[in-house]
Design a protein around this ligand. Structure first.
Ligand SMILES: Cc1cc2nc3c(=O)[nH]c(=O)nc-3n(C[C@H](O)[C@H](O)[C@H](O)COP(=O)(O)O)c2cc1C
Length: 402
């Protein structure tokens, strides 16, 4: 840890303690926008509980002195089995927050996913941050706008296109409406007071955008509208997205095609049949349909359905290095994280995101050592105890079959 990271974070190493620091720094409405779930917020608790229900069955007396967190994704070596998930909000938490995240990801040798609804242009991310870059796309009502975004991503040499398929409509999050966090931003008394009570954030983020050309814009959407203008009606979410769109995207996108928001094994099979290179088992960080099962619980069936044909990733609720190991042991090639690195970015930009990534890696290495599994490729269901999951996910079933 650098000296300044040490002074900013002191002993705030866990994601939860970095979250507490972010909560202090951000306006309440913005923190809630990042942190909370939808409706009654049951799924957000369940995403975490799923990790608590899965236990380890460690191996003893294994030489773990050569342990490593490195693995491969799409045949390419990465620093740990983790990527940064697309999140539209990073540019509001920190001035050019997406750039901070992308640079932290490149330094940690992990993929970074830029959300289309973000505030940093993809060309700038590619030229300034580098590393493995994927672009996330929501299908918008005007398909031509989507195809234009894809052409830009191709020209900017992004390696992956992440198609989010779990958001046909805006989800129900009452607190955002109360706080004025909608598109366009609504200037409610409550929201404005909240912002005025956080002058450091206002000067450091909004003030800097003003000093450098004006309010933050959706730089990756045609029209480059500001957050005050909101996105155009043709760029709203599309509720008529179908598998035909996936076929069309596959035709247009030569790089890696990753379908995000798959929970059902049959959907994973269909994505594989249509030429996807990977699926992300995800319930959107419990921000959409509140009644979904946890992605960790959905993971084994998806892996059994397509794991030998395409790569399977998962996200939702990863807060510790041990969580990464559990997901990989249940068959995920790697995980993605959304909120954890956003909390870090909100506290200290690139340094904050790096702090979170470094600590997750440290925790993962500790987990590998104490599990008696020195390499990521050796994590398997054999070291997992999870009787509630599909029986074939458990060690007991392996014994029964022998
Ligand atoms: C503030 C915020 C904004 C997000 N924006 C997007 C987005 O634009 N596109 C998308 O596919 N997912 C988006 N997500 C979902 C993340 O990509 C990811 O699925 C989720 O955050 C994973 O759960 P975790 O936060 O528990 O790690 C967003 C999540 C958060 C917290």
């Amino acid at each position: 840890m650098t000296r300044s990271a040490a002074s900013v974070f002191r002993f705030a190493n866990s994601v939860e303690s970095v979250r507490e620091l972010a909560k202090k720094r951000l306006p309440k409405g913005l923190f809630e926008f990042v942190d909370r779930g939808s409706d009654d917020e049951l799924a957000i608790l369940n995403n975490r509980d799923a990790f608590n229900r899965v236990k380890f069955r460690p191996r003893a007396l294994v030489d773990v002195s050569g342990r490593s967190s490195e693995t491969t994704v799409f045949g390419q070596s990465i620093g740990m089995p983790l990527a940064i998930a697309p999140t539209g909000a990073a540019g509001l938490l920190w001035y050019r927050g997406e750039m901070a995240l992308a640079k932290a990801a490149a330094a940690a040798k992990v993929p970074f996913t830029l959300a289309t609804r973000s505030m940093s242009a993809m060309e700038d991310i590619a030229s300034e941050a580098g590393g493995t870059l994927w672009l996330q796309l929501y299908t918008q009502r005007n398909r031509q706008d989507c195809y234009d975004v894809i052409e830009r991503a191709k020209a900017a040499k992004f390696q992956g296109l992440v198609l989010t398929v779990d958001t046909p409509m805006n989800p129900s999050r009452d607190y955002n409406d109360r706080n004025g966090y909608s598109l366009p931003f609504k200037y409610t008394m409550r929201g404005v007071t909240d912002i005025l009570l956080h002058p450091r954030w206002f000067a450091g983020v909004i003030g800097k955008y003003y000093a450098n050309g004006g309010l933050p814009r959706f730089e990756n959407l045609p029209g480059r509208r500001t957050i005050n203008e909101g996105i155009s009606p043709t760029q709203m979410l599309s509720d008529d997205l179908t598998w035909r769109d996936i076929e069309e995207y596959r035709r247009r996108w030569p790089g890696k095609l990753i379908v995000k928001g798959i929970m059902h094994p049959d959907d994973a099979k269909r994505a594989a049949q249509l030429g996807a290179d990977a699926v992300i088992v995800s319930n959107h960080g419990a921000r959409n349909l509140d009644g979904t099962m946890a992605p960790l619980d959905a993971l084994p069936d998806v892996v059994d359905a397509v794991g030998n044909r395409i790569e399977v990733f998962m996200d939702g609720g990863i807060r510790r290095g041990a969580d990464i190991a559990k997901a990989v042991a249940l068959g995920a090639r790697m995980v993605l994280i959304g909120r954890p690195t956003l909390y870090g970015t909100a506290v200290a930009g690139e340094m904050g995101a790096t702090h979170v990534l470094n600590n997750l890696k440290k925790e993962l290495l500790y987990t590998l050592a104490t599990l008696g599994v020195p390499r990521i490729s050796e994590l398997s269901r054999d070291i997992i105890h999870a009787p509630h999951l599909a029986p074939r996910a458990t060690h007991e079933m392996k014994i029964a079959a022998e």
